[in-house]
Design a protein around this ligand. Structure first.
Ligand code: CUV
Ligand code: SF4
Length: 621
């Protein structure tokens, strides 16, 4: 199973699954082989019912669809639709958090509070909302209203774009890709990709970048900032990771999905004395809440809640036989879970009206009765504990401590209040640059291998690594999120980490929290008086799989950051499109993509890029 994962706990559970006849994503991946070549290359189209059409990549068959669309048009339209779906997912998450703040301020949401009043006030000031002598509820309502307008098209340009360096905003102006409203750009993607609308691959890609920007500097940024207001801005915190965090003698509840509105309430409900007493009555020593994927990241960032694993471990968690309930909301939740759970005693509980799963128990979650619903869910898990099939329980012992919680505010605090120590270290070449290693898992790549190889080599080369999402969980499990990991870093980065007491790999949160990375990059660029594209920084998504990752890629490159993809995007059938994404984009955006499936070579690309940027800035080494 070593070719499937580099994570020992996962390898053990893969073996257990095989013994027990359970199929996982890896078996289903094998059954899909060979995968459709047209799909892999992005040159099949079903956008109208004259089709489906496909382009012959070898040039022997059709070179255009029935309507005349070429390979470049088709692949670009398909890419745009991926961006639209990804941006929609992040932004709809953002909208839900904005709504929750609005309802909390109105006293209509149960269990929520405005935890970070300082952030509320500073955001209100940013949006020009009066704060003097007003209650936090009054301010929050106005701020939430302002945010809601950003989803439409009332203002003409997104407010948070003003956080970007002047030079970057000029790039967007010049290219005509300033995002106007979050929802508007997504709708326009769907319009442009309808049969017979936008057929120019360059024009399509430019709008794709605009849509991505409306995610990164819009929907995702709202998700992050408003979550901080409601649940607190993360500070460095320690916790534990990997499947070993499950407890044999406790009620184990895994919260999986994305929105902290749900997971925060489950964490709260699990501290309820009555429920704890109920758990003891059933013979359990306690209630153990663990996270998975990005909702796991949300609660580990704020509470140090244990994280059971990343994307490809969701089925494996159930295979331990020790999960009494897996509570899911939206995004990255495999429909296969209910089938796997059916072989054990695990209850899969869906909670979002937007996401139902055949075979799951549905407990609708809404903000008005959030805490009551969370209690009900915890109660179901408690009641399910005695039904565990003891003979099928096996929890791998692997678990690892992590330090997380590096919001922008926490990074500044760790630096002693200003960016200067970091800038000085970069200027002096102690830290060569910063790389954001983010994104999912993908059975096309041995689980976690891409994340770990890339991150280990980068820190060894004195590149500070910042992370979010499943990439961060991979590194947590490998012990790279600990100050002690400074020993694995190069001499320069290692010394800086030891001096500040921070890890060489900073966990900045869930995928929507890549907005924190944007804010950090913008702050560094502003401090140096340059554009983000001038900085010695790079992005990497070694194991990405989701459409959200495509939207992220669009806004990261659109923000001027060179980005290396480790799994191949479905665009290669469009030769001119591919050339645009990997070369041409540089002249317009100051950044482009590279595709490199070999992590060693990906590191070289990043190091070369960082060296070139250092040289251009006149920095030594
Ligand atoms: Ni939103 S998007 S698999 S959980 S990082 Fe994890 Fe992160 Fe990708 Fe999903
Ligand atoms: Fe075929 Fe054009 Fe219709 Fe796509 S839009 S299915 S290429 S005819």
């Amino acid at each position: 199973m070593g070719e499937r994962s580099v994570d020992q706990a996962s390898i053990k559970m893969l073996k257990k699954a095989a013994q027990e006849g359970i199929e996982t994503a890896w078996e289903r991946y094998e059954k899909q082989q060979p995968q459709c070549g047209f799909g892999l290359l992005g040159i099949c189209c079903r956008n109208c019912n004259m089709g489906p059409c496909r382009i012959d990549p070898f040039g022997d068959g059709p070179e255009e669809g029935i309507c005349g669309a070429t390979a470049d048009t088709i692949a670009a339209r398909n890419l745009l639709r991926m961006i639209a779906a990804g941006a929609a997912a992040h932004s709809d998450h953002g909208r839900d958090i904005v709504t929750t703040l609005w309802e909390t301020a109105a006293g209509e949401a149960q269990g929520y509070q405005i935890k970070d009043e300082g952030k509320l006030r500073s955001l209100a000031a940013e949006f020009g909302i009066p704060v003097e002598g007003r209650s936090k509820e009054e301010i929050a309502r106005d701020l939430a209203r302002e945010a809601m307008e950003e989803f439409g098209m009332v203002k003409g340009a997104l407010k948070f774009l003003e956080r970007a360096p002047q030079k970057r905003r000029e790039v967007w102006q010049k290219a005509g890709i300033v995002p106007r409203g979050i929802d508007r750009e997504i709708v326009e993607c769907m319009h442009r990709t309808h049969m017979g609308v936008d057929n120019d691959y360059v024009n399509l890609v430019l709008h794709g970048v605009r849509t991505g920007l409306s995610d990164g500097w819009g929907g995702s940024m709202f998700a992050t900032e408003f979550s901080d207001i409601l649940f607190g801005t993360p500070e460095p915190v320690r916790g534990r990771s990997n499947l070993g965090v499950l407890k044999e003698d406790q009620v184990n509840i895994i919260v999986h999905g994305h929105e902290p509105t749900l997971s925060e309430m489950i964490v709260l409900a699990a501290r309820d004395e009555e429920l704890l007493a109920a758990a003891r009555e059933k013979g359990a020593a306690g209630i153990n809440i663990c996270g998975m994927c990005c909702t796991g990241n949300e609660i580990l960032m704020r509470h140090g809640v244990p994280v059971a694993g990343n994307f490809l471990q969701q089925e494996l968690a159930v295979v331990t036989g020790a999960v009494d309930a897996m509570v899911v909301d939206v995004q990255c939740v495999m429909p296969a879970l209910t089938g796997v759970a059916g072989c054990y005693h695990t209850k899969i509980i869906s909670t979002s009206p937007k996401a139902r799963f055949e075979g799951a128990e549905h407990i609708p979650f809404d903000e008005h009765h959030a805490l009551d619903t969370a209690r009900k869910i915890v109660q179901i898990a408690v009641d399910n504990y005695p039904r565990r099939k003891k003979e099928f329980v096996r929890i791998p012992e692997e678990e690892m401590e992590y330090m997380a919680g590096f919001s922008v505010e926490a990074v500044l605090k760790a630096l002693g209040g200003s960016l200067n120590p970091l800038l000085d270290a970069i200027k002096a070449g102690q830290i060569k640059g910063i790389a954001a290693v983010v994104g999912c898992n993908n059975p096309k790549i041995p689980h976690d291998r891409g994340h770990l190889l890339l991150t280990e080599k980068l820190i060894k080369s004195d590149v500070l690594v910042v992370q979010t999402g499943c990439a961060a969980i991979a590194c947590a499990k490998a012990g790279l999120l600990l100050p002690e990991a400074a020993a694995q870093a190069g001499p320069g980065l290692g010394a800086v980490c030891r001096a500040l007491g921070i890890p060489p790999v900073l966990h900045m949160g869930s995928c929507v929290d890549i907005s924190r990375i944007l804010v950090t990059a913008a702050a560094i660029a502003n401090a140096l008086g340059v554009d983000i594209s001038d900085l010695p920084v790079a992005g990497a998504a070694p194991e990405w799989m989701s459409e959200k990752a495509v939207s992220i890629g669009a806004y990261v490159v659109g923000s001027g950051v060179f980005t290396v993809l480790g799994s191949i995007p479905p665009v290669l059938g469009g030769k001119k499109l591919t050339e645009l994404l990997t070369e041409g984009a540089r002249s317009v955006l100051g950044a482009s993509f590279a595709v490199e499936t070999d992590p060693e070579k990906a590191v070289d690309l990043i190091l070369e890029h960082i060296a070139a940027r250092r040289k251009a800035l006149g920095l030594e080494g």
